[in-house]
Ligand binder design. Structure first.
Ligand SMILES: Cc1ncc(COP(=O)(O)O)c(C=O)c1O
Length: 397
């Protein structure tokens, strides 16, 4: 059974750094993408066994760790990985920063589909690369890619690197095989290297299917896939990610890069937890997915009934819900005031994911208790009602 954990006072970024980011420690934390559930017993047991019995000297990862990733990818996603393709990174964010540094030069164009997980944008801007964004297009409750725009942007900017988020954080799209194949075909045609960040691949709902980008055709020469057990099993703090590089030359460059920055491995707990999760965590993960889906239905139905002007994006994948408040809010300042002052909720702001044009949107994290989700929906509805009443009073006066 899944157990909710009150993480306040546990040095959690999400709950204990509200003051640092929002200046208010009392907000309901629905931002940072991690979960508020007790860790799976298989992970705790494996870590306990190590803590109790082993001195903490330099650690050599077990072969079983690599085998666990390979078996998991093949069984769950049909992606057959060869052992020597697997390279280490402490986190997915470090991996896409390093690959950006390794494969592009200052001024080179790096493209993303926006709105997108903001550290991807920063991988370009922090490193003086030219950020090229291609906005997703609204399609009812979901989003699609404008492929003409996608290709034009690549051609016009001589894009060198495309960072793909699959499934897509924040709009919750699970890309279809046809969409992935079309993106990859265009990228290959223009010699664009693709990083496919598939960290959210275990959160897929309602008949959708995660298709690893690597399985849609022969793209070994221009594709690097990033996966990790950290999102699915809530072990982000343990810092362990997998960089899959089928192409020998690209892999040699990656290994040379990590050699020059002297990073050749991580801490034992990251390896131990990932292996334990991938070999014994499926049931726990199924419970988590059930809870997230029910949380989604709860908030979606509540808004549809009580406040249909709030746009609730279709949650095909991820546990991050994209809400559209453009019926009430326009600017980033208005959205911040509404969420923090009127609602008392800490959310990720739309503008963080690509600029002011996304300011009327917020991203809410659903990997928490039903009670937190219900509270978030209730305070938002109440705050909008109050706002409408105040406006009516003002216009009557
Ligand atoms: C798309 C995506 N990539 C990467 C990460 C972070 O991964 P890591 O902690 O391994 O850097 C997140 C976290 O929210 C994410 O949403």
């Amino acid at each position: 059974m899944l157990k909710y954990v009150d993480r306040r006072g546990t040095n959690s970024v999400k709950w204990d750094n509200l003051i640092g980011t929002f200046g208010n420690p009392d907000l309901l934390a629905m931002w940072v993408a991690d979960m508020d559930f007790e860790a799976p017993a298989c992970i705790k047991d494996a870590m306990r066994e190590y803590v109790d019995n082993v001195p903490f000297g330099y650690y050599l990862p077990r072969e079983e760790y690599y085998e666990a990733f390979m078996a998991w990818e093949e069984a769950r996603h049909g992606y057959k990985i060869e052992r020597n393709w697997l390279c280490f990174a402490p986190t997915i964010v470090s991996a896409f920063y390093w690959i950006t540094l390794m494969t592009t030069r200052p001024g080179d164009a790096v493209m993303m589909l926006t709105p997108v997980y903001y550290p991807m944008l920063k991988a370009a801007t922090d490193n003086d690369r030219k950020l090229v964004t291609c906005d997703l297009v609204r399609d009812g409750d979901t989003y699609k890619i404008d492929f003409d725009e996608f290709e034009n942007k690549i051609r016009e900017n001589s894009v060198k690197l495309f960072i793909l988020c699959s499934p897509h954080n924040p709009v919750g799209r699970v890309w279809t095989e046809a969409e992935l194949a079309r993106m990859m075909k265009i990228c290959k045609m223009y010699g664009v290297l693709v990083i496919s960040d598939e960290i959210h691949q275990e959160f897929i709902y309602n008949g959708h299917r995660h298709v690893p980008t690597a399985t849609v055709g022969d793209y070994d020469k221009n594709l690097i896939t990033l996966i990790s057990a950290s999102k699915a099993f809530n072990i982000a703090a343990l810092q362990n990610a997998m960089v899959i590089i089928p192409d020998e030359e690209l892999r040699a460059r990656y290994k040379d890069f990590t050699k020059r920055i002297a990073v050749n491995g991580g801490n034992p707990f990251g390896y131990i937890a990932a292996e334990a999760a991938l070999t014994g965590g499926s049931e726990w993960l199924a419970d988590v997915n059930k809870q997230i889906w029910e949380n989604y239905l709860c908030i979606k139905d509540t808004f549809a009934r009580e406040l249909p002007e709030v746009g609730v994006a279709d949650l095909q994948g991820t546990y991050l819900l994209w809400l559209d408040f453009s019926a009430f809010l326009k600017t980033q300042k208005e959205t911040e005031e509404f969420m923090e002052k009127d609602c008392g909720v800490a959310a990720d702001y739309g503008a963080w994911f690509g600029g002011e044009r996304f300011a009327p949107f917020v991203r809410l994290n659903l990997a928490t208790s039903r009670e937190n989700v219900e509270t978030a929906a209730a305070v938002i509805i109440e705050a909008v009602r109050k706002r409408k009443n105040d406006e009516n009073k003002d216009s009557a006066e």
